[in-house]
Design a protein around this ligand. Structure first.
Ligand SMILES: Cc1ncc(COP(=O)(O)O)c(C=O)c1O
Length: 690
């Protein structure tokens, strides 16, 4: 049976006895019952009250109205609901409350319809997460099975007293949905908590009550005609009762201080994941986008749409985006200039059987803006560029060994030197030697060990840590003195740190540079650029593939580079990035976490560090931070990439979320229960520790 269960008691801290107070000749509860009875599809209205003597009056009311009634625990309202469903054989519960005497049965009916139309695919539907209807139209619908699970598992006082928080706080365990109103009306207060609220609904009934049943639209029209009515009960706080019991949670112990966040349904993410797992190893094409990179159960698994600095997941949840597709988005998603250029090119063609003029135009642009660039060859991913640069350096020098520092992509020559080296022949693995950043001696050691054998030194000119002293100049001199090609991997830094990349920022030009990521604002294109005499060796090696000159990405690159060249983009990234970085560090200080977390690196692309008491990287702390910000609408995988569309409001909201997340982290560290506060497993590194 589908039943509205109405929780009712005489106690109320702000308006004792309100449940049976008079409103136009009938008790508040009576109005709610009348309205609930008209919810389309409903089988019964059940009263759930307490067994306290004070609530005898409610039992009497129910008896007089011929309503089924259950009397149970005063504080454990979750138990009261659960027992009522069992007593009256209720399979679907519609939860409405007597403090909503303006409830529109059609609005409640919408929520019930949403639940029923899902055909068993939902556990819970509501119109309050987030609210868009007036406060006082609150309706929740859930299955008795979901209620029973919450009854078995919920522990916190707020979860027992308010029936549904355990359900909506666990999108990993329950399938949730929210019904929205087209216009956000959540600022309207039509609920009865205070004497002023009662005065407001009495004023409404005095004007509309005489005309028979009236609904939300009638009240809206009335308020339009008589806006002065709104002044009767202006109040800033929605759901004061729930806020109060959150305070009780804190008093009750460690609890869960994150409940202020809006719960997000992730049901569709989980559904897609179940399908992905069957057909895609690791369920992703890119490890850094995989399901182990964010806390499962609170973070989305799949994104569907993006605009500017915001993204939406497959369940429709919105986030401020900081991974920015792992760096490529520099102007913002769906940049109008890039989209126009790509659309125009789409009409002309995507791939051709002879080279396209765009190849020349973008090459000319790159030779104009990147200091070391005299000639250019295109690839698709950064790995194409680094593999091409390494091959051309080997051909140019006639040597085989490579000295590398940092990450350079998935190809054999590099990945063989990491812990993910399965499948790479030993002979290849032995040719790549790693050295450390800001440690010239570690590079010198390699040249000493393999004199005359090292073809190239490949490194990011800057990663997270900045070069100390003359490190970059010293590496360049050492490479040249030993006849090795100096390759800067600027896959990340190009078109982000400066128009000309980190080489122009630090004033040190390499022989070759690999660029990618941000150069086409999300379209797949990368390039090797560099000295003419070395680049000409591309004539002789094999660096050639079907999509090398694909025109949409080149059109996007041309539009992106042209826009960045106008001069506003990069300073914006630095400015917003600096505000975030300084703001984060100040918040960390404020939370007493100066030694435990920092935002470091260059502002256009900074990184968050989390360290345990012994100074070791703590993935558990990082997980808890990410969990808390993602619950507040911030997508963050360990740092801040900035784009031209990150606004002041985005930055402010992000810092607000960071403040809350750092507060949770500080509390967890004090209580020594970081992992216990996670709603899913600790995030995993892409590479095992060696
Ligand atoms: C510094 C650096 N080089 C190379 C690459 C490889 O680029 P891609 O993943 O586009 O092949 C990356 C990717 O993250 C990178 O960060």
């Amino acid at each position: 049976m589908i039943a509205a269960i109405v929780q009712a008691r005489m106690g109320s801290s702000r308006l004792p006895g309100k449940t049976l107070m008079d409103l136009a000749g009938r008790p508040l509860l009576g109005h709610l019952v009348d309205r609930a009875r008209r919810i389309p599809g409903l089988g019964a209205v059940v009263i759930a009250t307490t067994d306290r003597p004070a609530d005898r009056a409610i039992l009497d009311f129910a008896a007089a109205e011929g309503l089924p009634v259950y009397a149970g625990s005063e504080d454990d309202v979750l138990d009261r609901f659960h027992q009522a469903t069992r007593r009256f054989d209720v399979s679907v519960v519609v939860r409405v409350t007597p403090d909503c005497p303006l409830l529109d049965p059609a609005v409640a009916g919408l929520v019930l319809r949403r639940f029923l139309d899902a055909g068993g695919e939902l556990d819970y539907a509501c119109n309050t997460q987030p609210p868009t209807f007036p406060d006082g139209q609150d309706t929740e619908v859930f299955s008795a099975a979901a209620l029973a699970r919450a009854w078995r598992e919920a522990r916190l006082p707020s979860e027992r007293e308010h029936v549904t928080p355990y359900i909506w706080k666990h999108p990993d365990r329950f399938r949730l949905a929210n019904v929205r109103h087209g216009e956000d009306l959540s600022g309207l207060r039509w609920t009865v908590d205070e004497p002023a609220d009662l005065a407001f609904v009495r004023a409404v009934y005095a004007r509309l009550g005489g005309q028979g049943p009236f609904g939300m639209d009638d009240v809206l029209a009335l308020l339009h005609r008589e806006p002065a009515l709104l002044e009767i009960n202006r109040s800033p706080t929605r759901n004061e009762g729930y806020a109060k019991s959150l305070r009780a949670d804190r008093a009750a112990g460690p609890g869960d201080p994150t409940m202020e966040t809006t719960p997000r349904s992730l049901a569709r993410s989980e559904d897609w994941f179940a399908r992905a797992e069957k057909v895609i190893p690791s369920a992703t094409q890119t490890f850094s986008k995989g399901h182990t990179q964010l806390v499962r159960g609170v973070a989305p698994l799949f994104l569907q749409r993006a605009e500017g600095s915001h993204v939406w997941d497959v369940d429709g949840n919105e986030y401020i985006d900081y991974p920015l597709a792992l760096g490529p988005i520099v102007l913002g998603h769906n940049d109008p200039d890039v989209s126009a250029a790509v659309n125009a090119q789409l009409a002309d063609g995507v791939a051709f059987s002879l080279p396209h003029p765009l190849e020349i135009e973008v090459s000319e642009l790159l030779t104009d803006v990147i200091p070391c660039a005299e000639m250019v060859r295109f690839g698709k991913n950064g790995s194409d560029a680094t593999a091409g640069a390494v091959r051309v350096a080997r051909a140019y020098t006639g040597r085989e060994r490579i000295a590398a520092c940092g990450y350079h992509g998935w190809q054999d020559w590099y990945i063989g030197a990491t812990t993910r080296n399965r499948g790479v022949p030993k002979a290849v693995r032995e040719l790549t030697h790693l050295f450390s950043y800001n440690d010239l001696a570690s590079l010198r050691k390699l040249f000493d060990a393999y004199p005359g054998e090292i073809a190239a030194v490949i490194m990011e000119p800057v990663g997270v840590v900045e070069p100390v002293g003359s490190f970059l100049q010293d590496v360049a001199a050492l490479a040249r003195a030993n006849g090795a090609v100096l390759i800067y991997d600027e896959v990340v830094t190009s078109f982000r740190v400066a128009l000309g990349g980190a080489q122009s920022h630090y004033g040190v030009a390499p022989d070759l540079a690999c660029i990618g990521k941000a150069m086409a604002n999300g379209f797949p294109v990368a390039a090797v650029v560099g000295r003419r005499d070395i680049m000409q060796v591309f004539d002789e090696i094999f660096f050639s593939f079907t999509f090398g000159g694909e025109a949409l990405s080149l059109a996007a690159a041309k539009a992106t580079i042209t826009k960045i060249r106008k001069g506003e983009v990069i300073p914006h990234l630095w400015r917003q990035g600096k505000t975030l970085q300084d703001g984060y560090n100040a918040l960390a200080d404020e939370a007493g976490l100066r030694e435990r977390t920092r935002c470091i690196g260059l502002p256009p692309r900074s990184v968050l560090t989390f360290t345990d008491r012994r100074g070791q990287e703590s993935l558990a702390m990082k997980s808890l931070f990410q969990q808390e910000v993602v619950r507040r609408g911030i997508l963050n995988t360990g740092g801040f990439n900035l784009c031209f569309r990150h606004s002041d409001a985005d930055v402010e909201r992000t810092l607000g979320a960071c403040r809350a997340a750092l507060g949770v982290l500080a509390e967890a560290l004090t209580a020594d229960d970081v992992e216990a506060r996670l709603h899913g497993p600790v995030i995993q590194p892409v590479f095992r520790r060696a």
